[in-house]
Design a protein around this ligand. Structure first.
Ligand code: MN
Length: 231
């Protein structure tokens, strides 16, 4: 039975390896090198006007592709899962940390967004947890925005579940990730926002605050609730 389950699991992992409809963090973590660029589950213009077509097209097709290519190059013949890459950054040159984080972070980021009309709302369970940890959903959003705006230079804002089971907002510099061995505040990512200038500069110029505020209109709450429900 266990063997059958394992076989089915492997087959499912292969079937979902495009991440076009990512269902779990586990599937993302289980991707194997050499890595490839996951397809988007929506058109490059689908997030307009919050994220314009040109930004999306460059961000996915050029930036993310470059992280994938550079990661494969840096790993050479090493066969690793994407989670191994994040957990073993100390063993490899900095290119693995930077591009491994770049690949994981972007593959995850695409899935936490959706066209505005499909944005939806947090599950009851997630809403309850946000209220318990931040006072209200609105207070959570305000705190997330504050931390996203507070990042000096390039980085990411995250909602994570910490090892003691609490929800926490945290930030990482460059392409670092809360799952990494070097993470200062480790945890399981539930939501992520890319605040590198390449994520918003075409449309918003220097107005990061507008980009961060508008992000809520395109959050894929069904997917974020799935990540929250996952251990
Ligand atoms: Mn980016």
């Amino acid at each position: 039975m266990f063997k059958l389950k394992k076989t089915l699991w492997i087959l499912m992992t292969i079937a979902f390896s495009s991440l076009a409809d990512a269902q779990s963090r586990r599937e993302l973590n289980a991707l194997q090198s050499p890595f490839s660029l996951p397809a988007l589950s929506y058109a490059v213009e689908a997030l307009e006007p919050v994220i314009d077509r040109e930004t999306m097209s460059l961000h996915h097709g050029k930036h993310h592709q470059a992280y994938v290519d550079q990661l494969n190059k840096a790993l050479g013949d090493n066969k690793l899962t994407l989670l191994d890459v994040l957990k073993r950054t100390r063993e490899f040159p900095p290119a693995v940390r930077n591009n491994g984080g770049g690949h994981w972070n972007h593959a995850f980021f695409w899935t936490v967004m959706s066209p505005a009309e499909k944005s939806g709302a947090p599950s009851q369970k997630l809403e309850k947890d946000l209220i318990a940890n931040f006072g209200s959903v609105e207070q959570f959003k305000a705190e997330f925005e504050k931390q996203a705006l507070g990042i000096f230079g390039s980085g990411w804002a995250w909602l994570i579940r910490t090892t003691d089971g609490k929800l926490k907002i945290t930030t990482t510099a460059n392409q670092d990730n809360p799952l990494m061995d070097i993470a200062i505040e480790p945890g399981q990512p539930i939501l992520a926002l890319d605040v590198w200038e390449h994520a918003y500069y075409v449309n918003y110029r220097n107005k990061r605050a507008d980009y961060v505020k508008n992000f809520w209109k395109i959050v894929n709450w069904a997917q974020v609730s799935k990540y929250h429900a996952e251990k």
